[in-house]
Design a protein around this ligand. Structure first.
Ligand SMILES: Cc1cc2nc3c(=O)[nH]c(=O)nc-3n(C[C@H](O)[C@H](O)[C@H](O)COP(=O)(O)OP(=O)(O)OC[C@H]3O[C@@H](n4cnc5c(N)ncnc54)[C@H](O)[C@@H]3O)c2cc1C
Length: 450
């Protein structure tokens, strides 16, 4: 059987009519970060225009596992992830069950005493931030994952963590943003951010200009080259991560494990359609591009700690991105040609996931695979995002580099990005997410708890 090698289809969102001539704020990028920002801006009464080169949630935001977690997060992200959790609850009350937000708990099973010690240390640190996590002893773990073949394991467990449906969450937020007055334009790439003596003055798109004094760049993997045209340097690499989904589970298979579980390099999530999304959390592939050489030194420690199975290779991006350095029009061509980045998933990584799943949960050995896909993750050197204004470019706000965990934090990030874009005091302290932390003399710290 030939399996479709395409990403999951997000819920459709109707585009607004003509591009507005002016906007209070232009948001570039229709992933979870951009739509959450646009929603908060529009609700607060600001004239908001969101530009998406493809379709809402076509890239990372529909391809992720759907975990909404605090467990094991970098401690610097905890205040923002707490805000995000409150936002998910409010959005779920407003939008309803289609969002798929459920606080079902997430468990990280420890496979070594070193990993168990890291989990214990995180529980202690997180308690200082008011987060109640716990370590499940082997008996408690078996109670929530009775299908496990191996006994004697412990797990980091956070009952308030949960999941949402990636194919519907960002589109539903986008529809809500339109209801609140935002205009959303799909198949409309922002080609260049324009400046004058006072800072940002507009955005040139493939369908014309929009005059604005405020732009939020939430372009996922495309953010760095767009910012470079403004003279703003953002160290950001793209890492391929692969996932697959199965058909509906039987009742016995469903009850083998709680809805979100990570074990030995595989991650599992029960889906609203009765199937399961599974993925490798330990392996990833990065294509070698010009930025790999410019920033590799800064990146290697973070990538190794996050992804011990990282592989580097040459690929189509190698030549494409070399072209971006030579001319702005090469980037513009890429933005309008690659409406949706749909990379080929890593076959070996997915084979390994299936093998490990069968070993760990024998009852799940025969699940029927119905789709597999790849997604390109935007990673920063310290594996936490940039949520920041930019020195020297008044009116520019950057919200990107969520490094593989921006879905869960998205509604919180949207809130603070909207605040930054309208000169309000952000609801949480954003010092750790400043863009200039990567500049000369900046100290890049990597936290590894999982
Ligand atoms: C396989 C996989 C599993 C993951 N699992 C999880 C998880 O379980 N939990 C979690 O929290 N996170 C997870 N993540 C990470 C999460 O998906 C991302 O951090 C999050 O979706 C990033 O959202 P975003 O809006 O920044 O980027 P994206 O969703 O990539 O959106 C950016 C959008 O900007 C558009 N764009 C870019 N440039 C332009 C331009 N110039 N003009 C117009 N539009 C433009 C793009 O087309 C794209 O649609 C996972 C990611 C992957 C790939």
């Amino acid at each position: 059987m030939t399996l479709p090698n395409r990403g999951p289809a997000p819920l459709s969102v109707a585009s607004s009519g003509d591009l507005p001539a002016t906007a209070d704020v232009v948001v570039i990028g229709g992933g979870i970060i951009g739509v959450a920002t646009a929603l908060d801006l529009a609700r607060a009464g600001h004239g908001t225009c969101l530009l998406e080169k493809g379709i809402i949630a076509g890239e990372q935001s529909s391809r992720n596992w759907g975990w909404v977690r605090q467990a094991g997060r970098d401690l610097r992200e905890l205040p923002l992830s707490s805000l995000a959790r409150r936002r998910w609850q409010t959005l779920s009350d407003r939008i309803g069950p289609d969002l798929g937000y459920v606080e079902c708990g997430i468990a990280y099973v420890a496979r070594s005493s070193e990993q168990a010690a890291r989990h214990q240390a995180w529980v202690t640190e997180a308690a200082g931030h008011g987060i109640t996590a716990r370590i499940l002893d082997p008996e408690s773990l078996m109670a929530i994952a009775p299908g496990l073949a191996r006994t004697g394991l412990s797990a980091l467990y956070l009952p308030g963590d949960g999941r949402a449906e990636p194919q519907s969450a960002a589109p539903l937020l986008a529809r809500e943003a339109v209801r609140e007055g935002a205009s959303i334009h799909q198949n409309c790439a922002a080609l260049e951010i324009e400046t004058d003596h006072a800072g940002i003055c507009g955005v040139r798109t493939e369908r014309g200009q929009i005059a604005t004094r405020s732009v939020v760049v939430a372009g996922g993997i495309w953010s760095a080259p767009l910012l470079r045209r403004l003279g703003v340097e953002l160290p950001q690499l793209k890492v391929l991560s692969s996932a697959l989904r199965t058909g509906p589970l039987t009742e016995a298979q469903s009850s083998a494990f709680i809805p979100c579980l990570s074990l030995g390099g595989i991650a599992l999530r029960h889906r609203a359609d009765g199937g399961v999304t599974m993925a490798s959390s330990a392996t990833a592939v990065a294509e070698i591009v010009p930025d790999s050489f410019r920033h590799m030194q800064a990146f290697l420690p973070g990538l190794r700690s996050m992804l011990p199975g990282l592989k580097l290779r040459l690929g189509a991006a190698t030549l494409r991105e070399a072209g971006w350095l030579l001319s702005g029009s090469a980037l513009e061509r890429s933005l309008t040609r690659h409406r949706i980045m749909d990379p080929t998933p890593d076959r070996r990584a997915l084979q390994q996931v299936k093998r490990r799943l069968a070993e760990s949960f024998p009852a799940l050995a025969d699940l029927e695979e119905v789709q597999r896909w790849g997604g390109l993750i935007d990673v920063t050197p310290d594996v936490i995002p940039v949520i920041s204004t930019a020195a020297g470019v008044p009116g520019l706000v950057v919200g990107t580099g969520f490094s593989g965990h921006g879905f869960g934090i998205g509604p919180g990030a949207g809130r603070v990005l909207a605040e930054l874009a309208t000169d309000q005091r952000p609801s949480v302290d954003l010092r750790e997410f400043r863009l200039d932390r990567f500049g000369k003399g900046g100290r890049v710290e990597i936290q590894s708890w999982l």
